[in-house]
Design a protein around this ligand. Sequence first.
Ligand code: HCA
Ligand code: CU
Length: 381
Amino acid sequence: TSNWKIIESTLREGEQFANAFFTLETKIKIAKMLDDFGVEYIELTSPAASPESRAHCEAICKLGLKKTKILTHIRCHMDDARLAVETGVDGVDVVIGTSSFLREHSHGKDMAWITKTAIEVIEFVKSKGIEIRFSSEDSFRSELPDLLSIYRTVDKIGVNRVGVADTVGCADPRQVYDLVRTLRGVVSCDIETHFHNDTGCAIANAYAALEAGATHIDTSVLGIGERNGITPLGGLIARMMVADPDYVKAKYNLPMLREIENLVAEAVEIQVPFNNYITGFCAFTHKAGIHAKAILANPSTYEILNPSDFGMTRYVSIGHRLTGWNAVKSRVEQLNLNLNDEQVKDATAKIKELADVRTQSMEDVDMILRVYHTGIHSGDL
Ligand code: HCA
Ligand code: CU
């Protein structure tokens, strides 16, 4: 799993999130931040979607982003393709449903029509000298022979990438591995993958895809998208930081992650989830006495990610009934109080006693320690 790339789709899939309504100003802020963060591509809503969508796409193409390439995402249709190539994008992501569900109940076309139209659209986009990807929507509920046959055909015409999409979030990591592995043996172009998170597999599926030879992963900030969304940018970064730390650190400006998430959360009026990867409020908070003691001795004991890589800080929580005297002692040292181990243990017992009634804040704990300290030194304890 190295040399993979991110296709950041907050400005396309993310716009399909229930709460999303992005003004041009917001889209520009998001695009620039993703460029600063270092994603290789951003994907924008189709210019065929609405007049404003088209204007926004053109405006973002004129920004002159430093590193990030700009894609737009269209249906497999010549009308859309003609609009897309006029916007100034670096590439076009084309998609069409291939499962019987979508063939029969959505667009109503058969595989012969799909293949013929795909060839026409691909050749047209290629003739304009920009990147082209062909993807099958609902890949995991499509017939494997249908999929392989169309991918083989478009690979021969010379697409940059083929795409696999788990549109309904039904796939598990083993199915993803198998399909991408098979595809890897059939096409020579890059392989992009797109995973919805309906059953909580979106990050694991992205990882399985990379292990099987995929080259590009679609993400959105905080995972926003249709229904409950897709692979979140931060979650993929967390996973890959463990699998491939040097690559991730060299490529992406990690401390910006929190800023981008805050921007997007505000734009779509949601909170960053409490248990969010890396940036959730408790992602680096340690609580139980046993954990706290070990963390204070060596953070790797209970942390697989280093908060400082992301501009985050570790927090050892001590004002609760599970606390331990080693954690309390470390706070005593931070506050520069003079207590010996026996006294710290006494203070810890006091904290536990109070915390059995209600959780103590850090201020409460500090107060107890200071009173204890003064008490000892003035001789009334
Ligand atoms: C959708 C389309 C898509 C496309 C993915 C892709 C999906 O249903 O809105 O282009 O690879 O999930 O299939 O987002
Ligand atoms: Cu999608």
